[in-house]
Design a protein around this ligand. Structure first.
Ligand SMILES: Cc1cc2nc3c(=O)[nH]c(=O)nc-3n(C[C@H](O)[C@H](O)[C@H](O)COP(=O)(O)O)c2cc1C
Length: 252
């Protein structure tokens, strides 16, 4: 049976993963959860929530964009690809530079370089450092406010081979893994059943920014969904069951 025929079928195939995915999709509807209307997100509604510049003039004095148009994006993304072998030795400086460019809010405006449903911004990053010049081996939380990686947590070792579950990356040769963790308490309070879906989407936006910033710094990287969820959760947030590791970027 072709994929097209399958899509046309009234009854979806009975494979468990299809049923589970459809179940997740149905569950992540609004249901009875009220549509939130955060103050500040509607044009002209003033302060509150994420800063809103919908009323602000477009970039450039004459309204012309301050960039080279979509072709600039084509040039930027053209060289990006997943790289699973090392291109060079990673340093604390280049790593924090990439993190700052990809994820840190603008200090002047507080605006983040990626979107977040309802301005929740509740996906956080930890660097699981195995071998980076200038950083101790271990788990380093990243602070978006300062753009800095905190000192390693004393209670967690960087067991990258125990963390990854992917056959095409050699865990022992990985310099670091950047792990993205969603705070389900925040998304759940705001969006109910739909919160987990939004958290995944936000992590995807962050992952794209990260891969592009790393690429522009010449740092080999590979997005990774293949990690052991329970081990990641124990490693990153042993006492916080609603902080869910959802995505990662491996720096080989
Ligand atoms: C959500 C997601 C999960 C991924 N997980 C893994 C993984 O666990 N291991 C791996 O080697 N690559 C992983 N990748 C990388 C893909 O294999 C890669 O993006 C794809 O083959 C396309 O190649 P490109 O990134 O070079 O364009 C993942 C990519 C995405 C978007």
């Amino acid at each position: 049976m072709s994929a097209a025929q399958r899509l046309d079928d009234a009854d979806p195939p009975a494979e468990w993963f299809v049923q589970a995915a459809l179940g997740f999709h149905r569950h992540s509807t609004y249901g009875n959860f009220p549509e939130p209307a955060p103050a500040g997100l509607l044009p002209g509604s003033g302060t509150g929530g994420a800063p809103d510049d919908a009323d602000a003039p477009p970039p450039g004095a004459d309204g012309a964009p301050r960039h080279g148009g979509p072709e600039e994006l084509v040039r930027l993304v053209a060289g990006r690809r997943s790289r699973r072998t090392r291109t060079g030795r990673l340093s604390a400086r280049s790593l924090t530079r990439a993190l700052g460019a990809a994820l840190a809010p603008d200090p002047a405006t507080g605006r983040y370089p990626y979107p977040s449903a309802g301005g929740c911004y509740a996906v956080s990053l930890h660097a699981v450092v195995q071998d980076v010049a200038g950083l101790a081996r271990g788990v380093h939380p990243w602070d978006p406010a300062t753009g800095a990686l905190a000192p390693r947590r004393p209670d967690a070792d960087a067991d990258v081979p125990g963390l990854l579950r992917t056959t095409v990356i050699r865990p022992s040769q990985v310099q670091a893994v950047l792990m993205l963790t969603a705070d389900l308490e925040v998304y759940g309070a705001r969006y109910g059943e739909r919160g987990y879906r939004y958290a995944l989407l936000e992590a995807g936006h962050m992952g794209q920014n990260l891969t592009l910033a790393l690429h522009l710094l010449g740092i080999a990287n590979c997005p990774v969904g293949g990690f052991l969820d329970d081990r990641a959760a124990r490693l990153l947030h042993p006492d916080r069951p609603l902080l869910l590791p959802v995505y990662g970027v491996v720096l080989p």
